[in-house]
Design a protein around this ligand. Structure first.
Ligand SMILES: Nc1ncnc2c1ncn2[C@@H]1O[C@H](COP(=O)(O)OP(=O)(O)OP(=O)(O)O)[C@@H](O)[C@H]1O
Ligand SMILES: O=c1[nH]c(=O)c2[nH+]cn([C@@H]3O[C@H](COP(=O)(O)O)[C@@H](O)[C@H]3O)c2[nH]1
Ligand SMILES: NC(=O)CC[C@H](N)C(=O)O
Ligand SMILES: [Mg+2]
Length: 744
């Protein structure tokens, strides 16, 4: 059945979908009185052909999607406040929205483009005069300012990560909020006091830029930050203010029971056929398999687990044991050799995975091999293609980051998740895939897993990416990396060894002393100091902290301003003891703001690094490299989960549940190496303990706050002494954004 009133763009580009993802447990409890289960008579979305809620009342909010990473997070926040929302493509006009009726407000999302680019997507200007309140977020804010007569420019200083801003809490949007707010900013284009559109007033300021504007009479609000993500601590309150105090919504939207909705969807898609479900041992595929089994009965579901050769130490054995709880026949296959030698057709011939050093290409090869291996498995199991659907535990973030049209029509590809490669998209087009969790975030899947009665060990398991250690090994075919810094700051200052010492503080305070070749690092130091509390700042400025910063000749993927970045990492090192974590984390948040060419900052355990790092260890996905990372990962995880005793026999506590995930990454760098020898075989290991709920944004775990410092120091010691060929261990201190959770 078609949904009445859906008349907008239904072309391939269209991403029109309703906020049908099920609510959080809390929202469900809140809604329990008036919950309307929707097994029968459900409406069908034009685009995704899935059941959506009955529209029982007219109160809705339109979200115009400009390709934000967080577009679908906006709709989640609105839904959690019990207001229905619909996402529309960016070219939707004010008239189309008004003609549909029932809309009380419009939210314009962020996006990867720059509003001043001639090619950049723009908006129907009548949106701002159609009488509906508008909230513009990031790109949406920049559009609002520009279209109403202001301007937007690219600034030298970009802002990525959680920052403190000052707000004017006398405006409705910020009602009942404190003057200082922690928010997520991620932008390189900015509005300044002098470029605000006439008729608008500044309602929020970050250190360097205008962070919010409004015209209260016209009910137009624009914010440079992202109220929709977790890193904006009171973002939900801001939405509440906008929806209820500005737009006059009443919040009476009722939401389907999440489990029922998934089961109905599975039954509708699969009909009387069967499903081959891919299970990894992770929570997403386990919940997906449990739902399939509940919807179709265990006899119509076959679960397969594939060892792709990039699993952690003895992982597939553990997966097999833990998935016994699903009560499904599980078939396990080992295709390690097939994956390693799998190829991609390039212009110049076939490229094999074990000679590939491009992260996105590695992902593509692995993702496509998963599908080919699935076909081989079907043959082995004598399964008929026509009778079976492919089941995957795909989540929203997987689709958003892969820029799937299922999630957004204009998002940048941050990374192609293995479950959303072109072969998977082909299968989807043929209607051969069932992915009941594709509108869920990780925390929602965990709630659902609990409701389904899955054991805690599966529900709370840290995620592990399908391509496994293959993406966590940074490969390098060339020993001599080419440094190519981009952005205005590096044009001025192309050095790769920098030292933050007292002299820079002096120089910054007294420019005539002539330390200007390193001026940008003085600025970094001043900015870092400025972010500390008064007490910490006093301590940091009194002591002579000798912190060296080296720009490493490796690039990794990050997400900045809703776009993919592929930039260098900085390693900080110091002889100061105790390790000045606060100052180091302050540098970590400041350096990527000042350097367009840097998206990550790590601390290198051990003594201060004194020599420059200008060569790489040749590294490919060959067995001994994978084994090396498996060993380091095994040691680090044993320590994290309390399965380790140090050389004195002391047991380390299980602190795994204090963080959300800890990728252990191998980088092709030998610090402190003997330069009389031609090349090195040594690598370094990066620990990336990370804290988040939905993985869309998050922060690096801080020693002494999220994890005991001793735990991390023991990881450093045990990895260096336990694995041959390890140079140093580093701790990633970067937020997402600008970094991502994984390194690749
Ligand atoms: N080794 C594997 N064998 C079979 N299927 C896999 C494997 N790894 C990943 N998949 C499939 O890809 C999907 C996405 O992987 P992803 O890692 O995001 O989810 P997960 O492993 O189920 O959960 P988690 O994110 O918690 O690790 C899985 O749900 C599963 O369907
Ligand atoms: O199954 C997966 N296939 C993938 O290709 C993939 N890439 C990232 N991840 C996991 O997704 C979460 C967010 O990671 P990022 O911040 O690095 O994007 C983290 O939990 C990552 O481990 C993947 N999972
Ligand atoms: N997140 C966004 O919407 C970013 C907008 C724009 N690309 C910028 O960097 O400022
Ligand atoms: Mg996984």
């Amino acid at each position: 059945m078609k949904r009445s009133g859906s008349l907008l763009d239904t072309s391939e580009d269209s991403q029109h979908s309703t906020n049908k993802a099920p609510p959080t447990k809390k929202a469900l409890e809140d809604n329990s009185k008036d919950m309307s289960l929707n097994d029968s008579g459900s409406h069908v979305s034009l685009v995704e052909n899935l059941p959506v809620e009955k529209v029982e009342h007219g109160e809705r909010v339109a979200i115009l999607d400009f390709g934000a990473q967080y577009g679908k997070v906006i709709d989640r926040r609105v839904r959690e406040l019990r207001v229905q929302s619909e996402m529309f493509p960016l070219n939707t006009t004010a008239k189309q929205i008004l003609d549909l009726g029932g809309f009380k407000a419009i939210i314009i999302s962020g996006g990867p483009n720059s509003v001043y680019d001639p090619e950049a997507p723009t908006i129907d200007p009548k949106i701002f005069n159609c009488g509906l309140p508008v909230l513009g977020i990031c790109y949406g804010f920049q559009l609002m300012n520009r279209i109403n007569g202001g301007s937007v420019t690219r600034e030298q200083i970009r802002e990525d990560g959680a920052c403190e801003i000052k707000i004017n809490n006398s405006v409705k949007l910020f009602d009942e909020l404190e003057e200082v707010q922690t928010v997520l900013l991620t932008h390189g284009d900015s509005v300044s006091e002098s470029t605000v559109a006439d008729g608008f007033t500044v309602i929020a300021r970050s250190g360097h830029h205008v962070a919010g504007i409004c015209n209260e009479v016209r009910q137009l609000y624009g914010v440079q930050f992202h109220p929709e993500v977790d890193l904006t601590v009171h973002g939900s309150k801001m939405f509440q203010n906008f929806l209820f105090k500005v737009a006059g919504c009443c919040g009476n939207f009722t939401i389907q029971n999440r489990e029922q909705a998934c089961i109905a969807e599975i039954k509708q898609i699969v009909g009387d056929k069967k499903v081959l479900v891919m299970v990894s041992g992770g929570v997403d595929s386990a919940v997906c398999a449990a739902l399939l089994s509940r919807a179709l009965g265990p006899n119509r579901v076959t679960a397969i687990h594939i060892d792709n050769g990039f699993m952690r130490h003895e992982e597939s054995d553990a997966v097999e044991k833990s998935l016994a709880a699903l009560n499904l026949p599980l078939h396990r296959f080992n295709y390690g050799t097939t994956f390693r030698s799998s190829t991609e057709h390039m212009k110049y011939g076939e490229l094999s995975l074990d000679e590939c050093d491009d992260p996105e290409l590695k992902r593509r090869i692995i993702g496509n091999t998963f599908i080919r291996v699935k076909d081989a498995v079907m043959k082995e199991l004598k399964i008929n293609h026509d009778e079976y659907f492919l089941g995957q535990g795909t989540l929203r973030p997987d689709l958003i980051e892969s820029a799937s049209a299922l999630a957004s029509g204009h998002a940048d590809t941050i990374k192609t998740h293995h479950n959303d490669t072109h072969l998977v998209r082909e299968l989807r087009k043929e209607g051969k895939v069932v992915e009941p969790l594709k509108d869920f975030h990780k925390d929602e899947v965990r709630e659902l897993g609990k409701d389904l009665g899955l054991p805690e060990s599966i529900v709370q398991r840290h995620p592990f990416p399908g391509p496994g250690l293959a993406i966590r090994i940074l490969c390098s075919s060339d020993r001599r990396p080419e440094f190519s810094f981009t952005g205005p700051l590096y044009e001025q200052n192309p050095v790769n060894v920098i030292a933050f010492t007292e002299k820079f503080l002096d120089a910054a305070l007294n420019p005539s002393q002539g330390y200007y070749e390193n001026q940008i690092f003085e600025v970094a130091r001043m900015n870092a100091l400025a972010t500390l509390s008064e007490n910490d700042r006093e301590i940091a400025s009194k002591q002579t902290f000798q912190v060296n910063a080296h720009i490493l000749p490796i690039k990794t993927v990050g997400v900045q301003g809703d776009a993919r970045s592929y930039s260098y990492s900085v390693a900080l090192s110091t002889d100061e003891r105790p390790i000045p974590w606060k100052l180091l984390f302050a540098y970590a948040s400041v350096i990527p703001k000042l350097h367009y060419g840097v998206n990550r900052v790590c601390y290198a355990f051990g003594p201060k690094i004194d020599s420059s790092i200008d060569d790489l260890t040749r590294t490919f996905l060959v067995p001994h490299t994978v084994t090396k990372l498996q060993m380091a990962d095994h040691i680090a995880n044993n320590i994290l989960f309390g399965r380790h005793r140090n050389s004195n026999g002391a047991q380390f506590p299980n602190v795994g549940s204090r963080i959300s995930q800890m990728p252990v990454v191998m980088i092709p760098i030998d610090f402190d190496r003997d330069r009389t020898v031609a090349g090195s075989y040594r690598h370094s290991i990066v620990l990336r303990p990370f804290v988040t709920s939905d993985f869309m944004t998050g922060q690096a775990a801080i020693p002494g706050v999220h994890l005991p410092e001793e735990t991390l120091l023991e990881m450093d010691h045990a990895i260096r002494t336990g694995v041959i060929g390890i140079s140093r261990v580093l701790l990633d201190m970067t937020c997402k954004p600008p970094g991502t959770t994984e390194w690749e």
